[in-house]
Design a protein around this ligand. Structure first.
Ligand code: ATP
Length: 561
């Protein structure tokens, strides 16, 4: 910052003491030493600034990402019905990156530009107040232009990030379902769809580029006008002996300096506005309070938990489709330690029963109890820790089989290899896992794609066994497994069900016949409920008719009669 000032002094020293070589050399030497010192301090300060800003900026981005991820995972399930995965991923990666860039790369350069401009302007006033006042007349119109430009850029940036989120959503969905895309031969049309989304991003980026080009053109022009006015007005002041040649040189250098700082400031301002635009959705997500808490409420002592389930006058519709009632005053009671098979036509709400018990959604009216306690009064985290689930299409994570099984435990780190092996043995999974070259360390691929349906189910059963829940919610697979797999899965399920309260969405007559009771869902309520043999005996009953309709069970039905 002091360089132009000293340079001005050097020029004046040479100018005024040109006749006295000795004095000139001494003054020149001391001035140059001071100048070298100033350069050294400037360099060190610059390096420190870059490091501090980069490191703290990256820390901010990391904190932003982890807070956002935590906020997303805490949201209620209905939130994920409305917000698509790809869009959320985009917020987490691209939006945080833009905000991060506006902090890391930009803020340090921006602050430097602000400091340089402020110091430059002060020095201009110090060297020549009248010339400085004249030159800086250009600032107010420039500031007004910057405000208009900033608003526009913020809006465009928000739209760009939204368009990018849509493109990411499409890419994420198609890549994760590549088998379906391939089976339908839709690669080329999917590329076209993605290109259209990418074109939308491009068109917004071009709008931004036009605005940016205009703004930078105007700021560049105004910088040059400043220099021109310094030359003109400064020349006049020098001619009238109100300024020395050294002062004019210093002033000119400060003007250059301020001009460069203003260019830096424009870029800083642009990036900052982009950051604000991209950040708008981030702040919304970060501030969003989930509709129900994750870890608040009443906790029962494990010995108190018997596992009796009751649905009392439950009415329910999904938040995303409020107009379509799924249940209306549904009543159902499952005694502790019994097996209740739930059957019903497709879409009658069998899976919705499971979602309500897990408290993924709350009923609109009525209530659900466990051992007489309304589940809304219980701590959801505690509640879910006592409920095990095995779904039709069990979801495994892209890590080792060992980690997937241990995922069921409340504290996976405390699970020993022996615990995992024991669960795998009971689930009839041990032998096939051991047959893999890497055994329990085999990585199963995204969503477990490297395993067969029966293998995935047995791993999911082992995972549920490790959880050792009091209540078990099972969704029996509709797709037929081969005879051997079928037997192994069935045997594992029977072992898993022992000593627990079980609600099973049943598709096989063998499962239904082994249940203590069957609930038939139809027309938004329980149409029939009772022991399976009793219901099967009633030829006019809903259950009997449903079983007769299900062709895949007809063979069993005939055999059973
Ligand atoms: N998240 C959701 N948002 C809105 N509607 C939903 C949602 N999940 C399910 N539904 C609707 O709720 C109804 C009941 O669905 P559910 O999955 O509980 O039926 P189901 O009896 O298990 O069907 P299936 O036997 O075919 O699996 C269906 O009409 C379905 O379209």
């Amino acid at each position: 910052m002091s360089a132009p000032f000293f340079l001005g002094r050097v020029i004046d020293t040479i100018y005024t003491s040109a006749s006295d070589t000795e004095t000139m050399t001494a003054s020149l030497t001391s001035l140059c030493i001071m100048l070298a010192g100033a350069f050294l301090c400037g360099g060190a300060a610059n390096a420190a600034r870059v490091y501090i800003m980069q490191a703290s900026g990256q820390q901010i981005v990391r904190n932003l990402r982890t807070s956002l991820f935590s906020s997303i995972l805490r949201q209620e399930v209905a939130f994920f019905d409305r917000n698509r995965t790809g869009e959320l991923i985009n917020r987490l990666s691209a939006d945080t990156a833009v905000v991060g860039r506006s902090i890391t790369d930009n803020l340090s350069d921006g602050l430097r530009a602000v400091a340089q401009a402020a110091a430059g302007v002060s020095m201009m006033f110090y060297v020549s107040p009248s010339l400085a006042s004249f030159v800086l007349l250009i600032v107010p119109p420039m500031a007004a232009l910057a405000v208009v430009y900033g608003r526009y850029l913020r809006a465009v940036s928000k739209r760009t990030q939204d368009a990018l989120a849509q493109a990411t959503q499409l890419a994420e969905e198609r890549i994760s379902n590549i088998r379906t895309v391939r089976a339908f031969g839709k690669e080329l049309s999917e590329v076209d769809s993605y290109t259209r989304k990418a074109d939308r991003v491009l068109s917004l980026a071009k709008q931004e580029a036009v605005m940016r080009a205009g703004f930078f053109g105007v700021t560049g022009l105004s910088g040059n006008l400043m220099i021109l006015s310094v030359l003109y007005k400064g020349g006049l002041l020098m001619a009238s002996q109100h300024m020395t040649v050294g002062e004019l040189s210093s002033f000119l250098m400060y003007t250059f300096w301020v001009g460069i700082s203003i260019a830096g400031l424009s870029s800083f301002y642009s990036e900052l506005m982009k950051g604000f635009g991209a950040g708008a959705r981030l702040w919304e997500l970060l501030d969003r309070k989930p509709e129900f808490p994750l870890n608040e409420g009443h906790v029962l002592h494990p010995d108190q938990l018997k596992g009796q389930l009751q649905f009392c006058d439950v009415s329910f519709s999904y938040p995303a489709r409020k107009e379509a009632a799924i249940f209306q005053e549904l009543n159902l009671s499952v005694p502790a330690g019994s097996i209740m098979a739930v059957v019903g036509p497709s879409g009658s709400g069998k899976s919705s029963i499971v979602s309500l018990l897990l408290r993924l959604y709350d009923p609109d009216a009525g209530f659900i109890t466990i051992d007489g306690h309304d589940i809304r009064d219980l701590n959801p985290y505690w509640l879910r820790s006592h409920i095990g689930t095995v779904s039709q299409e069990p979801v495994l994570f892209s890590c080792s089989i060992r980690e997937n099984i241990a995922y069921g435990a409340l504290d996976p780190d405390a699970v020993t290899s022996e615990d995992v092996y024991r669960a795998a043995r009971v689930a009839n999974a041990f032998d096939f896992i051991q047959a893999f070259p890497k055994g329990f360390d085999t990585v199963v691929g995204e969503k477990g794609v490297l395993l067969s349906g029966g293998q995935k189910q047995r791993i999911a059963i082992a995972r549920a066994l490790l959880k050792n829940p009091k209540i078990l919610l099972l969704d029996e697979a509709t797709s037929a497994l081969d005879a051997e797999n079928e037997f192994l899965v069935q045997e594992a399920l029977e072992r898993l069900m022992e000593g627990r309260t079980v609600m099973i969405i049943a598709h096989r007559l063998s499962t239904i016949k082994n249940a203590d009771a069957v609930a038939v869902l139809d027309q938004r309520r329980v149409a029939e409920c009772g022991p399976p043999t009793e219901l099967l005996g009633n030829r006019q009953g809903q259950f009997r008719r449903l079983m007769e309709k299900q062709t895949f069970n007809r063979r069993h039905l005939n055999n059973s009669n």
